[in-house]
Write a protein that binds this ligand. Structure first.
Ligand code: FES
Length: 158
């Protein structure tokens, strides 16, 4: 269940907007912060807090990649493999990273649940390819094998 604190934060959001629908995205972030991802009951709870249907809230959650509809690791790496990044070696870097993290084909999360690695569409930094987004808030650009190794080492110690 959402904590009382989370519910209060969502209600405070509702007061900021002319329509509760406008609070869906930040409210989903609050729920995701608490659960670590967005199980069905979290979406139902957000909908109830906002006075919307679960379908209205769930459709937003399923549209945007920054919402996790299945469990993820402690850190999420969205690694751009769109064309400009691919032309700068993103596919090979992604495969190397999978090997380094021990991710078999199709797996996204390491066995210790520390890192989730996913393909991502263009992250808007094509001129500094290859690019990745860490935990939905920090973009890393011009990634080399050395930079990737350093990032993974840092994530494993935090
Ligand atoms: S294609 Fe990778 S950031 Fe645009």
């Amino acid at each position: 269940m959402l904590s009382e604190s989370a519910k209060q934060q969502i209600q405070e959001l509702v007061m900021k907007y002319p329509h509760p629908r406008s609070a869906v995205m930040p409210a989903l972030y609050i729920a995701q912060e608490q659960y670590g991802w967005l199980p069905k009951n979290a979406i139902d709870e957000v909908a109830a807090e906002l006075g919307l249907t679960s379908t209205e809230v769930g459709s937003v959650a399923s549209f945007y990649t920054m919402y996790h509809l299945k469990p993820v690791g402690q850190h999420v790496i969205d690694f751009c493999t769109d064309l400009p990044c691919a032309l700068r070696g993103a596919d090979a870097a992604f495969e190397r990273l999978c090997d380094k993290l021990g991710l078999e084909h199709g797996e996204e999360t390491t066995s210790d649940n520390v890192i989730t690695l996913r393909h991502a569409p263009c992250l808007g930094g094509c001129d500094k390819a290859p690019v990745l987004l860490l935990d939905n808030n920090a973009q890393y650009e011009s990634m080399t094998d050395e930079k990737l190794d350093a990032l993974i080492a840092k994530l494993r110690t935090t």
